[in-house]
Write a protein that binds this ligand. Structure first.
Ligand SMILES: [Cu+2]
Length: 110
């Protein structure tokens, strides 16, 4: 009888602990989803060989960036095929581990 009681008690403790573990995972995720920034700008120069595009972009408040003109590397050089100098564009970029930005998508505004 004592043995059965111990088994039931162990099961109860086990059952109680499982949700606690999941809850802990929810509140402390191992990796945060990578933030994607969506910004508008104008194409100033395109360096296809280097896979870079120079953009006069609007401010990015989330990053404390003022409006400026700068080069961005693109994740895939084929992204440069759809744009031309002087185009008004909307682009998305990520910053890997808070480092340099990399454009993941860029398209002309219609
Ligand atoms: Cu900039």
């Amino acid at each position: 009888m004592k043995r059965i009681f111990t088994t039931v008690l162990a099961s109860l403790i086990f059952a109680t602990c499982i949700p606690a573990v999941y809850a802990n995972d929810v509140h402390h995720p191992k990796a945060e989803a990578q933030k994607i920034y969506t910004v508008k700008g104008e194409v100033v120069a395109i360096d296809k060989a280097a896979g870079k595009v120079k953009l006069k972009h609007e401010a990015v408040p989330e990053l404390d960036w003022p409006a400026m003109t700068m080069f961005f590397p693109v994740a895939d050089k084929s992204q440069l095929d759809g744009i031309a100098i002087g185009d008004q564009v909307e682009f998305q970029f990520v910053k890997a581990n808070g480092g340099s930005p990399s454009i993941t998508q860029i398209k002309p505004l219609k």
